[in-house]
Design a protein around this ligand. Structure first.
Ligand SMILES: [Mn+2]
Length: 426
């Protein structure tokens, strides 16, 4: 696709949108201001760099697939991330988990993590002009093998995880200070039980107590924004999850923390998009984890489906782009991992673009006048307007390959880099 073809298609498409009352330039300038938080863990199947890193498959997480090319070192992960970021239009953020420290092959217990273990990430982020976000890793560890962490019945184990999260908040605040921006710090724990417990009360009281201790240290909200990620069910926690939606919603509201809603953490028929206009009546900000559940919380790569489009529409229609932090969260080891990142990030940006290309004032007017047929028909017509030409122009103007041209780059990267990596021994 030549530049002039893209520009010509853009000019025609811009006219088509103008006819229905959409200002394309304005939509694009809004889209350019959006920063996604890209999760690092798609690159290495959530394994991280602890020397004796065990299996992830504790705490209800499961990565399936053995596609070659997994990043095995910090250098490989950075190289893959740089490739992915180069094919995603816009300026974005990188989301790290605590197991991704620069440990130099040494065993550092999770309750002894220091900002120093992440200093090289800050240097890399500065070089890449990225901001950093952070997460404690309360899984894939012998002390999490029972499936309980911050609400564990044993005080010693609770202590370990409380101290871990405290270390993580220090590191997040360090990121915020060093990079002169806030760092999104999100807590997810696997705690729950396979079968229906008799006592649902005590673990929730213990979790609340653990969180209270974790948040005793106050950091400026300009350096760290804490969030809590709820879940309805998980593998091994089908009947009871301690950190449920209600528990964290209550906690977030009363203790002024952010709520994190993950698209895969609710009942399959429940709409996360619908929650935004409810939760944001009370919470000033929210974190969204963009994932794609297929029948369960399967963490498939995000695509431009109705769920994602509805989320984007709700954010745009509510004028909430400044209140909703968007973070990707999926892991698929059965396909090219770098490509997976790009598909998910580009789909998210496309969903936002489509939402921004709707004539909101006109749709609201139809609704206000009770013209529900007109509303339905216009929404249907919008679906086939030439958004692709606008997207291509957006990519071109941000120096990123338009259309499917980025696939060539991924294929080349696979051939020259990923396919040369030795397969895992285990
Ligand atoms: Mn999540």
């Amino acid at each position: 696709m030549s530049e002039s073809t893209i520009e010509k298609s853009f000019a025609v498409s811009r006219e088509r949108y103008a006819e229905v009352g959409v200002d394309v330039e304005r939509a694009l300038s809004t889209l350019k201001s959006v920063s996604l938080s890209l999760h690092c863990w798609q690159g290495d199947d959530v394994i991280g760099f602890e020397p004796a890193s065990g299996s992830l498959n504790s705490g209800g997480l499961q990565v399936t697939g053995q596609y070659p090319g997994r990043a095995r070192t910090i250098e490989e992960l950075r190289q893959d991330l740089a490739k992915a970021f180069s094919l995603i239009p816009g300026r974005h953020r990188l989301n790290l988990h605590a197991i991704y420290g620069d440990f130099g092959g040494k065993l550092v217990e999770r309750d002894s993590l220091e900002p120093d273990h992440f200093r090289s990430w800050v240097a890399w982020a500065e070089e890449m002009k990225l901001k950093l976000d952070f997460n404690p890793t309360c899984f894939a560890h012998p002390f999490a093998s029972s499936g309980w962490t911050l609400s564990h019945p044993e005080k010693k184990i609770r202590r370990f995880w409380i101290d871990h999260v405290k270390c993580c908040r220090r590191i997040a605040a360090f990121f915020g200070r060093e990079l002169r921006t806030f760092c999104l710090h999100n807590i997810w724990i696997p705690d729950g039980s396979k079968d229906a417990p008799v006592d649902r009360w005590t673990p929730r009281a213990r979790l609340k107590e653990s969180l209270d201790e974790i948040f005793e240290t106050e950091y400026s909200p300009t350096t760290i924004k804490d969030s809590l990620e709820c879940k309805l069910f998980g593998l091994g926690s089908e009947s009871y999850v301690v950190g449920s939606h209600e528990l964290y919603l209550g906690y977030a509201l009363t203790k002024r923390k952010m709520l994190c809603l993950d698209l895969g953490h609710f009942h399959p028929t429940e709409s996360v998009a619908d929650k935004l206009s409810a939760v944001l009546q009370f919470c000033p900000e929210i974190l969204l984890h963009l994932s794609r559940p297929v029948r369960w919380d399967s963490d498939h790569v995000v695509i431009l489906n109705d769920d994602l489009r509805s989320v984007a529409e709700e954010i745009v229609r509510g004028g909430a782009l400044g209140k909703v932090h968007l973070a990707t969260d999926f892991f698929d080891a059965s396909i090219n991992r770098v490509g997976a990142w790009i598909v998910g990030a580009r789909a998210t940006l496309k969903a936002l673009l489509l939402a921004l290309l709707q004539p909101l004032a006109k749709l609201i007017e139809l609704e206000k006048n009770g013209d529900f047929f007109g509303r339905l028909a216009l929404l249907e017509e919008l679906k086939t307007l030439p958004a692709g030409a606008i997207w291509d122009y957006h990519c071109l103007s941000l120096d990123v390959p338009p259309g499917s041209e980025w696939l060539k780059e991924v294929a080349l990267y696979e051939k020259s880099v990923l396919s040369r990596r030795q397969p895992d021994q285990d």
